[in-house]
Design a protein around this ligand. Sequence first.
Ligand code: MG
Length: 340
Amino acid sequence: MKLNFTPAILYFQRPFKIAHGVRSSTNIVLTQLEHEGIIGFGEASMPPYLSETHETALSFLNKAANLLSGFKNSFDIEMIIKAIDELAPGNTAAKASVDIALHDLLGKLQNKSCWQLFNCEKENTPYTTYTLGIDEPEIIKQKLIEGNSFKTLKVKLNGENDKLIISTIRSLTNKPIAIDVNQGWKDKHQALEMINWLQDKNVLFIEQPLPKENVDDAFWLYERSPLPLFADESIQRFADIDKVKNCFHGINIKLMKCTGIFEANRMISYARQLNLKILIGCMTETSCAVSAAAQLSPLVDYADLDAPLLIKNNFFDGIEFINGKITLNDLPGIGVVQKA
Ligand code: MG
């Protein structure tokens, strides 16, 4: 892509936290990349387990701003993203915020949506799952009523009241369930027993059943599980795909883990070659990063992108969920408008 890109200025807002209902809040930094008055928006969302903080993100973004101001010729996004990645190891969410802003700007400069830049069919978006946390039966019942329009559920389990939670849901609805254990089953035999119990309960897949360190146990479970197993915490970036391809049936790709849209798209292509199933997910994020991820959603099997529904201070309008289906708009870039 040969577009004039001189100079681009990276701004970042004062760090803040996303208000997240009764749960703990998440550190966020929003970025803006400006070129001749056109602004690309980006977002870094930093869950504690990836060990980025407001301080590390601001430090990295200062370096990124210096680097971007030095690009004088063309908008070669691959070259820019490679240079950003090489600035420092780690910092995947801060890198994603630059990547998202670059793609938003690139789309706006060409007056194209990112889903068009990636040759996606807009209608091929999946339904997002609707998240149910680990709660008492009465709260689960209430949330099922609130999420009545969604077609697929995401249920978190942790090994404590798993059967009660699933039985409560199944007494009310037979909607397909994606289960996310978040490494919560500590023993492979316990995990297999639960998966066997779940196998006739319309469960789509089990995400990250065991701690990510237990690679041998992951392989043991993979060989025996009657339900597909997806890696989440066990995989971050492109280079990790080879480490999980023989012990999971699918992978959960998140922009904040993999440094953004550019690498996520490469991961989707490679996972397809390997016949791995693909889930695109998110952290606690505003509609900025979620709309960015949704641009690639026509290329994947499943989506878990309901974060904007779970937060209280969303600063963007972006993609919508119509009866749970991810619905892309025709706005250029990542498809977001900053709220007044
Ligand atoms: Mg997960």
